[in-house]
Write a protein that binds this ligand. Structure first.
Ligand code: PMP
Length: 327
């Protein structure tokens, strides 16, 4: 989906017009991928627009910055306010939320320390990522010939721009060969995740997902799926998983802010289960959509209403932790 090219983007404390939200070609991040970022969503509900787990996304942003030794210029509360203000400034009902903290313009040595830590919040209206049909009927995927990063190379618990070079290789290979997505293994050969989403496998009524030691990004949607699955009384196990478990699974699905919950129909042309969205996938998907659509009580407190004045008590009342900026 092409960008709208209009609206406001928040940059270092100021709302600027879309066309003016530029950075210099000499910025460190452009050359060395020295940025961390988030991808969250705001949904339209009957009670008004609400962000989904924005607190968890901002906390992960501060974690990513800490791993990369970046001292954020703005506190948790300032960034939270920036996101809410930018949604309101654009009068969006529903949108994708992209906060970025990155090394800006100063020098181009590999050492990022001399470069300023700049911050931006960009929003746009973004519908279904893999298409509406994908949410109902599932997608065809392949195991990627690219692995996720080995431990001690690129830290996958950080959502850093640099990690998306690997994601792009996985995604391009999949598309070039006629698949919607690729699933990467870790460097030990265990299932890891998709190019931009976590993986769940269902077999004999047990839900499995790779653990954080399998070179995954610890997804906020993954965490939500685990909570929803446990609410339903399903068993969830975070375990190292062999590739072939996927081939003999009853059901499999992706979870991520962009893909939301998307069933997987085939892997390497092997049909998963009966080739249709399975009952456990459907139950979790339905509960997830009921929450983000405001159709059921938000018992986990995941929604935060944008146009209701002050942010939710738990966010606004908490003092940010001075060391990390976390709330
Ligand atoms: N893994 C990767 C590599 C991702 O880019 C994403 C999207 N941020 C996810 C998993 C899912 O994370 P989340 O549910 O927080 O969007």
């Amino acid at each position: 989906m092409a960008f709208p090219g209009t609206g406001k983007i928040w940059m270092n404390g100021t709302l600027v017009d879309w066309a003016d939200a530029n950075i210099h070609i000499g910025s460190h991040v452009i050359h060395y991928g020295s940025g961390v970022f988030e991808g969250a969503r705001c949904y339209s509900t009957p009670r008004g627009s609400a962000t989904f787990r924005l607190d968890a996304h901002l906390n992960r942003l501060f974690d990513s910055a800490k791993i990369y030794r970046m001292e954020p210029t703005y506190s948790y509360n300032e960034l939270h306010t920036a996101v809410m203000d930018t949604i309101r400034a654009n009068a969006f009902k529903a949108c994708y939320i992209r906060p970025l903290v990155y090394r800006g313009y100063h020098t181009l040595g590999v050492n990022p320390f001399p470069c300023p830590v700049d911050t931006a919040v960009m929003l746009w209206e973004w519908g279904t990522y893999l298409g509406q049909d994908a949410l109902t009927n599932g997608v065809d995927v392949r195991i990627s010939s690219w692995s996720r990063s080995a431990p001690n190379t690129f830290p996958t618990l950080a959502k850093t721009s640099a990690n998306y070079a690997n994601s792009s290789l996985i995604k391009m290979e999949a598309i070039a060969e006629g698949y919607s997505e690729g699933i990467a293994l870790d460097t030990f050969g265990y299932l890891s995740e998709g190019s931009g989403q976590n993986l769940f496998v269902v077999r004999n009524n047990v839900i499995y997902t790779p653990p954080i030691t399998a070179s995954i990004l610890p997804g906020i949607t993954r965490d939500s799926v685990i909570a929803i699955a446990r609410d339903h009384g399903f068993k969830v196990r975070e375990e190292m998983l062999p590739r072939e478990l996927l081939y003999i699974a009853d059901e499999a699905f992706f979870a991520g802010t962009a893909v939301e919950i998307t069933p997987i129909k085939t892997v390497d042309k092997i049909t998963i289960g009966n080739g249709r969205r399975g009952p456990i996938t459907e139950a979790i998907q339905q509960s997830f959509f009921d929450i983000i659509n405001g159709a059921v009580e938000d018992k986990h407190g995941w929604l935060e209403y944008v146009y209701e004045g002050e942010p939710r008590q738990t966010v606004s009342a908490a003092a940010p932790n001075a060391a990390s900026g976390r709330r």
